[in-house]
Design a protein around this ligand. Structure first.
Ligand code: AHM
Ligand code: MG
Length: 359
């Protein structure tokens, strides 16, 4: 079915093009046989800076959120051209975790470091790509812990990757549990760039528009309590513990098993993409302790992967666990500490907790 979109441009617009984005219009009129609609996109949109200004949160803290949003806009721009500029290659060295760094891991880290240095409210940066915490000369009250480019092993296949971050009170030291976080968020670089953030009580989602502005697209995320979708790297099944084996076996059994319903499995292999799906429509994400990663404490990092994602999920009504305790209650002993992570729809996480409870 076709229709005509009429776009009213601002006065003195000189560079009109038939392909110009609709968000440049001060008003849009759409007509289709039997259906007409009219709206002014600027009048109904809430942009990130306005939304942040309306929160009952210290403006210094909202400035930290804005700094991370601005860094993610710059990273998104680099990613768009990375295949053309050859930046999806390896950087030629390893990080403190012993993992091969991609050029874009390093570039993303540098972009974030540059933005953070310019914000006087931030005094400490912890990054997956930096061996030690960096004490910036600023005297600011905030610490940012970040995975600058999560899922970077997916870069060469153009799958969604992301930036994850956690905001803490810098005066309370480096090793604080996730429950002490003052804010958290991630940017997901997919077909659109999404920014999902929380200051604790609720989580909001924004989408980057053609002008490089984050527009509010979901004010209060709400993870459904029940779900029938799970995300786990099934190739590691032989390494799992009994609880993970038991829970997943029930899901695989579907409507004929004790769960009594048919499940579906999704695994992107980018935590940001998998958790974004869960925040939008429910499900459970699992990277449990297994016989291979147990010596390291798990696969994912606590300060800049487990904690921020667990805070976002809790703010959206979901739940998180290591199997033994809430991810948010783990007290870290080092900044790059790893942790088992299970999070998402409350009913599914409770089933996993019940399996661990049987041990
Ligand atoms: P990274 O921070 O080095 O990118 O690693 C984290 C990633 C997560 O995004 C993802 O959930 C997991 O590691 C994928 O692990 P696997 O390679 O076992 O699929
Ligand atoms: Mg990561």
């Amino acid at each position: 079915m076709g229709g005509i979109i009429w776009c009213v441009l601002p006065p003195h617009t000189m560079d009109f093009s038939p392909l110009m984005p609709k968000s440049d219009c001060v008003a849009v009129w759409y007509s289709e046989s039997g259906r007409n609609s009219f709206h002014n996109p600027r009048a109904i949109m809430t942009i990130l800076s306005d939304w942040l200004a309306a929160q009952s949160v210290d403006p210094k803290l909202t400035s930290v959120m804005m700094t991370m949003a601005n860094a993610s806009i710059e990273i998104a721009a680099v990613l768009r051209h990375a295949a053309i500029t050859g930046q999806t290659r390896l950087a030629g060295h390893t990080n403190v975790q012993g993992e091969a760094q991609k050029a874009l891991d390093v570039i993303s880290n540098d972009i974030i470091a540059n933005h953070i240095e310019k914000n006087p409210e931030i005094s400490i940066l912890v990054s997956e790509e930096l061996n030690e915490a960096v004490h910036i000369k600023n005297q600011g009250a905030y610490l940012v812990a970040t995975d600058p480019l999560d899922g970077s092993s997916n870069l060469d296949v153009n799958v969604t990757v992301g930036t994850i971050f956690s905001i803490l009170d810098a005066r309370k030291g480096l090793l604080q549990p996730g429950s002490a976080q003052l804010g958290a968020g991630y940017a997901a670089y997919g077909p659109a760039t999404s920014l999902v953030i929380t200051f604790g009580p609720s989580a909001a989602a924004f989408t980057l528009d053609d002008q490089g502005v984050f527009v509010l697209t979901a004010e209060k995320l709400n993870i459904p309590v029940a779900s029938a979708e799970y995300a786990i790297n099934m190739a590691r099944e032989r390494l799992w513990d009994a609880a993970t084996m038991g829970y997943v076996a029930e899901n695989v059994a579907g409507e004929t098993g004790p769960a009594g319903k048919r499940y579906n499995m999704r695994w992107v292999g980018s935590m940001v993409a998998d958790v974004h799906r869960i925040l939008m429509r429910g499900g459970i994400f699992m990277y449990p302790l297994d016989s291979e990663n147990a010596a390291k404490g798990g696969r994912l990092r606590l300060l800049y992967e487990g904690n921020p994602m667990a805070l976002l999920v809790a703010a959206a009504g979901g739940r998180s666990t290591t199997g033994r305790q809430s991810v948010l209650d783990v007290v870290p002993t080092n900044i790059h500490q790893r942790v088992p992570v299970v999070l998402g729809s409350a009913d599914e996480v409770k089933r996993v907790e019940a399996w661990y409870g049987r041990e």
